[in-house]
Design a protein around this ligand. Structure first.
Ligand SMILES: [Zn+2]
Length: 161
């Protein structure tokens, strides 16, 4: 009886593992919040975040997919400048993600100085994975200009150049 109970426990454990472990989680290093991204971008952003985390920069995902209504609100509030946003999910998946730094090698990202340091690392590492950030959009002036950053430095999308 004990053996049979052990076999059942092992079988249930294996079934639970199969049901709860999705390949996506492994590709993005366990970041289910990136599931709204198109699969190719999910892989690139996952690699980008893994490299940055290895250097002491950790991130929070603020926004991935938006509905048309949500995008209209973002434009009205000045958070976005286009209705043709890569956050608006085409074919069910978004092609942009907004990130916010949580910590840097110099401590928690609690000041603009430290957040800028993280955004600069994000901007400079992104091209290695075929990505770019709103940190290169210098025409979009904001408080980040002081650090040579464009106006939407946490926005990550496919490289356009
Ligand atoms: Zn964005």
């Amino acid at each position: 009886m004990v053996v049979r109970a052990l076999v059942w426990t092992a079988a249930l454990g294996a079934a639970w593992w199969l049901l709860t472990t999705k390949p996506v989680r492994r590709l993005t290093g366990g970041r289910p919040e990136l599931d709204e991204l198109a699969p190719d971008l999910r892989v690139k952003v996952g690699k980008l975040l893994s490299e940055l985390e290895g250097n002491g920069y950790t991130w929070r995902v603020l926004d991935v997919a938006r509905t048309v209504d949500e995008q209209e609100l973002n434009v009205r509030l000045g958070y976005s400048r286009t209705m043709n946003s890569r956050h608006v999910a085409a074919a069910g998946a978004a092609r942009a993600v907004d990130l916010e730094p949580v910590s840097t090698p110099d401590g928690p990202a609690t000041t603009d100085e430290l957040r800028a340091q993280a955004y600069l690392a994000l901007r400079d590492t992104a091209p290695r994975y075929g990505l770019e950030t709103g940190g290169i959009w210098l025409a979009w002036s904001s408080k980040w200009a002081k650090w040579g950053l464009g106006g939407d430095p946490g926005h990550v999308q496919e490289a356009t150049s």
